[in-house]
Design a protein around this ligand. Structure first.
Ligand SMILES: Nc1ncnc2c1ncn2[C@@H]1O[C@H](COP(=O)(O)OP(=O)(O)OP(=O)(O)O)[C@@H](O)[C@H]1O
Length: 322
């Protein structure tokens, strides 16, 4: 039995059509058992995942399928009671689909469905957990599948979440370019503050502490791509128990402009001030609150958080064993 959470609002409302015109007919033709759960408003995916996993708490292999973008998967993760009991399937209908890109899940919704229906063995995938450490706000944790970040990249996500440009670009099939456009705009207004980063990598037995007097952003990745295909951390792998980080310090905005397109190919480390790190646990504190994202979802600004890698936390249906 497949439990399918559908975000009809993904890809600026095209998710609904993709479901009804492509996925649902294919599912019916496959003559398989399934139950659907439609998200009626922002925030509901989490509750649906909570409800499904609570109702089927005794099932060790609950098949939960997400139809939406990276943000929909992220919301579902927040609601899953025990990720180790879930087999996650994904039909990517978002604008950027960075998770699907890295996992090799087909962009075509029917092909993604057929992959799920093939019933191949799922594979264990690492998740990340971010815990906010702001003294004046309640402690809150969020899981992520792809990445989390603070500063410029999160500010881009914050703007993209409510961007009319995203709707237009999605209509003409260029949704992933939205992030590039907004990134250029955000770069002009970006504020640089100071931060302290501490990283502990128990897999490679390394520790690192870093003071950045002015930084643009720090991203912490379990997969290689974010923001519609920026390969900020080329070595990132979701089955190594380690998170890969990219820190961007005080480099000129002109240099950022030069480096950004090269980040599509993971070649941005030629710029002095852009550095790669690894960590199984990291923490960051900043001198002023900045936007923070998990898988492109932005819920608040923060002055600090810690992040840890949860090795093999969930099983995922993917095309090949990586
Ligand atoms: N019915 C709904 N109406 C409006 N928003 C919704 C609804 N259901 C879920 N959401 C919101 O949609 C967002 C997730 O969208 P998602 O990121 O998956 O798609 P996208 O924005 O098209 O893709 P991407 O993240 O790849 O750019 C979440 O913030 C979620 O709260």
């Amino acid at each position: 039995m497949y439990h399918i959470i559908i975000n009809p609002a993904s890809r600026s409302g095209r998710g609904a059509k993709i479901w009804s015109e492509q996925v649902e007919p294919a599912l019916k033709a496959a003559n398989t058992e399934y139950q659907t759960y439609f998200s009626g408003k922002a925030g509901e995916v989490r509750h649906l995942a909570e409800q499904i996993t609570a109702e089927h708490a005794e099932e060790p292999d609950l098949k939960l399928i997400i139809l939406g973008g990276d943000g929909t998967v992220n919301e579902a993760l927040q609601g899953i009671a025990d990720p180790s009991k879930v087999i996650l399937g994904y039909i990517p209908t978002g604008s950027s689909n960075d998770l699907a890109r890295d996992l090799g899940i087909p962009k075509d919704p029917k092909a993604a469905l057929h992959l799920i229906l093939k019933d191949t063995a799922p594979r264990a995938m690492d998740l990340g957990r971010l815990t906010y450490l702001d003294e004046d706000q309640p402690e809150e944790s969020r899981l992520f599948a792809v990445s989390c970040g603070i500063g410029f990249d999160a500010a881009v996500c914050a703007e993209a979440m409510h961007s009319p440009i995203k709707d237009t670009m999605n209509r003409i099939g260029l949704g992933k370019l939205t992030y590039l456009g907004i990134a250029l705009k955000q770069l002009i207004t970006a504020r640089k503050v100071s931060c302290t980063l501490t990283m502990e990598d128990t897999v490679h037995n390394r520790q690192e502490s870093l003071e950045l007097p002015r930084f643009l952003f720090v991203t912490c990745m379990s997969h290689r791509y974010e923001g519609g295909g920026f390969m900020f951390c080329p070595p990132a792998a979701d089955n190594d128990g380690v998170l890969d980080l990219c820190s961007v310090g005080n480099i000129s905005k002109g240099l950022v402009l030069l480096a950004l397109p090269t980040a599509f190919f993971g070649k941005h480390y030629f710029v002095k001030g852009i550095n790669a790190h690894t960590a199984t646990r990291m923490s960051i504190t900043t001198s002023s609150p900045l936007w923070v994202h998990t898988d492109g979802e932005v819920t608040r600004k923060s002055c600090g958080f810690r992040v840890e890698c949860l090795p093999g936390a969930i099983r995922m249906i993917t095309p090949e064993v990586k």
